[in-house]
Design a protein around this ligand. Structure first.
Ligand code: GAL
Length: 679
């Protein structure tokens, strides 16, 4: 297994972040001072130009590159590299003033005024053309610049637009999907219901509070369309970059847990994945926060199953939460190294220098308003840079997992849109994270993948609340089990197809009923004050929110309901199918039942953990492994506010102290990085 780098020409961890010298043009000498500080902070990367459109094209068709030339040259002269951004995430005033069509229309039908950023219409031909022109200029001027190692396209694509152009594109999208046959659409959306039958594609409107929201299939298609429009816009942005400098890799920074876009559709469009991450440390349950951000990183890594780039995090504090707490000592290192443990080849921050004014002037940065290197935060950044250099051999190594959790945007969208179950307890992503945490607590690498992804590398796949089961998902799941895999699924499995039409013939739909050897006849939605229970291996487990009334049709029953009129009916089942096994959990537990059952399966299947044990490592503690086929690198992370001792299960080299050891002792918010060779 060889290493995979974002750019072979710079096979090192990147340390640096968003650099906005365009805000400091009136301050002579600032770039030189920044270069001095960049080197002192052990930074080797600057992400340049993200919001610099009005500096580069101050008037329509007038391009000024002198300042940018100087910035890129200086960074290179000082040993740095640049990820160069296209500036489409915010536009200059002249553009919006002259071409109002570039502004989005909201769901109330109101066209935005200038507003802030991330608010352009993806359909607008004018915006696309203006972006094409500026991206072409950037590629021609800087594509071969020795500092530039990659493209950062736009910034955090997000949002939706309801303008007439987008509505027309949506209708086109549906025409393509339904072969221009309105009857096909009517059947897919079951639109005979309430006499909402469509006579033509022209009658279709996006779902808003004022339009027809009775078709869940249409709601889901709108979301698919928003993703498709975004991807289409991104392709248009990338086209001139690839035409002019095909060798430069391209990414866009994603928001990992963002619900609005199905990031799996970005696959094949970007060359490497990247994300922004701002965990809410030091409030609420710290382990939950750690699991939340870990899950986000694994979503991002799961897109390419290669190392990714942490494009933004904060040096200490953000400015946009209700309460903006600074990170406690230790956490400022542990937090970004969590990304490295999950496969990031960088630690990049938003932002290098705090702006003097504007909305983000109190957001964390490497360089504070005081302007010197003599700050606590600067010192911590420098130490992180030194540590990254020390462990540079880890850059490019892979994260390999024997287990995976399925995370499916479409099930999330459709469950959220569905009328049924309960409004407040669907909790799709919370449920996915709860199952993921079973592995996290034990220091077991886990991939987060889609229902159509290749399942063959895994021993165990968990598919929580996989409500949508299209033909491909059904086949993929069945094939995996048939060939020896262990599949663990839960309540709401396989109830609808890709258009939200219920599967006929009993849930879970299609072949899944055979695969799991069960039939799910009813689902009981509990009030918050209700609960049920079951026993598994002598322990009692509380059940809440959803209790399905399932029948075993060949599956072995491992646990049954303890109460109510369905007492004695199955809660957990296991079914042999082909060479594998399919488990079904019919009710939501509070973490203990799923943990007990899945940990048994982990042992049975001989799943490997980072530290040799598959017992939980203790509250707030986890471990992850990166590897290159010869060496394994073990990250031990303590997110709790008390010290932790973690046996490593064998002798390893502590890459921080250089000593051999078989135990890892960590302070509160401590991090250990170890290495050993595969025998
Ligand atoms: C990100 C954004 C950055 C900056 C940062 C502040 O979402 O990409 O430009 O605004 O948030 O935390």
């Amino acid at each position: 297994m060889s290493k995979t780098y974002m750019n072979e020409k710079f096979p090192h961890f990147l340390h640096g972040g968003d650099y906005n010298p365009d805000q400091w043009v009136d301050y002579p000498g600032m770039i030189d001072e920044d270069m001095r500080l960049m080197k002192l902070a052990e930074c080797n990367e600057m992400t340049v130009g993200i919001f610099a459109w009005s500096m580069i094209e101050p008037r329509e068709g007038v391009f000024e590159f002198d300042y940018m030339d100087k910035v890129l040259d200086k960074i290179y002269e000082n040993g740095g590299r640049v990820i160069l951004a296209t500036p489409s995430a915010a536009r200059p005033h002249w553009l919006g003033d002259k071409y109002p069509e570039v502004f989005r229309v909201d769901r109330d039908g109101v066209r935005e005024h200038f507003n802030s950023r991330h608010n352009h219409c993806y359909s607008s031909p004018v915006y696309r053309e203006k972006v094409r022109i500026i991206n072409t200029k950037l590629a021609k001027r800087y594509g071969k610049h020795p500092a530039v190692i990659g493209w950062h396209v736009s910034n955090e694509y997000s949002g939706e637009c309801f303008c007439p152009l987008c509505v027309a594109n949506f209708r086109e999208y549906l025409r393509r999907k339904f072969h221009n046959d309105i009857r096909e659409l009517n059947h897919a959306y079951w639109s005979y219901f309430w006499s909402h039958t469509f006579d033509s594609f022209e009658q279709i409107e996006p779902p808003t509070p004022y339009t027809d929201q009775s078709h869940m299939g249409l709601t889901c298609d709108w979301r698919r369309f928003v993703t498709e429009m975004t991807v289409d816009f991104m392709r248009a942005e990338i086209a001139p970059l690839k035409e002019i400098c095909p060798e430069l890799p391209v990414t866009t920074n994603m928001l990992s847990n963002y619900v609005g876009l199905d990031y799996r559709r970005f696959k094949g469009v970007i060359d490497f994945a990247s994300c922004d991450s701002y965990p809410a440390w030091h409030s609420g349950d710290q382990q939950d926060t750690a699991v939340h951000s870990a899950f986000g990183y694994d979503i991002i890594r799961g897109l390419t199953l290669k190392p990714f780039i942490l494009m933004e995090n904060t040096t200490s504090v953000v400015n946009w939460r209700d309460y903006n707490k600074i990170m406690r000592p230790g956490m400022e290192t542990l937090s970004p190294f969590q990304a490295v443990a999950h496969g990031s080849d960088s630690i990049l921050y938003f932002q290098f220098r705090k702006g003097r004014g504007g909305q983000e002037k109190f957001h964390g940065a490497i360089v504070d308003h005081v302007g010197t290197e003599k700050t606590r935060v600067f010192e911590t950044v420098k130490r992180k840079g030194e540590l990254l250099k020390k462990v540079d051999e880890i850059c490019g190594t892979a994260v390999r997992s024997e287990v995976a959790v399925v995370y499916d945007w479409e099930s999330r969208w459709m469950l959220d849109a569905s009328h049924g179950f309960s409004k407040n307890t669907k909790k799709y992503i919370e449920t996915a994270r709860a199952y993921y945490s079973v592995f996290w607590k034990r220091g077991i690498n886990c991939d987060v993948i889609g229902p159509h992804d290749d399942l063959s590398p895994y021993k165990i796949v968990v598919a929580p609340m996989q409500y949508v089961a299209d033909a491909e998902t059904i086949d993929n799941f069945a094939r995996f089990v048939e060939r020896g895999g262990t599949l663990y699924a839960t309540y709401t499995l396989g109830m609808v197809d890709e258009n939200d039409l219920c599967h006929l013939g009993g849930f879970p739909g299609g072949k899944l009923r055979d695969v799991f050897g069960i039939w799910n006849e009813e689902i009981d939605t509990l009030y918050p004050e209700d609960s049920n229970f079951c026993e598994f291996k002598g322990a009692k487990h509380k059940l809440v929110d959803y209790c399905e009334l399932i029948h075993a049709e060949g599956a072995e029953v491992l646990a049954v309901y303890g109460e109510d009129f369905y007492r004695g009916m199955p809660v957990v089942t296991s079914n042999v199918y082909g060479a594998g096994r399919a488990y079904y959990q019919a009710a939501r537990d509070c973490g203990t039942l799923s943990d007990a059952v899945i940990s048994e399966i982990v042992k049975e299947r001989g799943v490997r953990s980072a530290t040799g044990t598959v017992e939980p490592l203790g509250y707030g503690v986890s471990a992850h492994v990166r590897e290159d086929g010869e060496d394994r690198y073990v990250f031990v992370e303590n997110y709790s506010d008390v010290p932790a001792t973690v046996p490593l299960g064998r002798k390893m080299t502590d890459l921080i102290s250089g000593k051999e050891t078989d135990v890892c002792k960590l302070d509160a918010y401590g991090l250990g990085i170890f290495k050993y060779s595969e025998e």
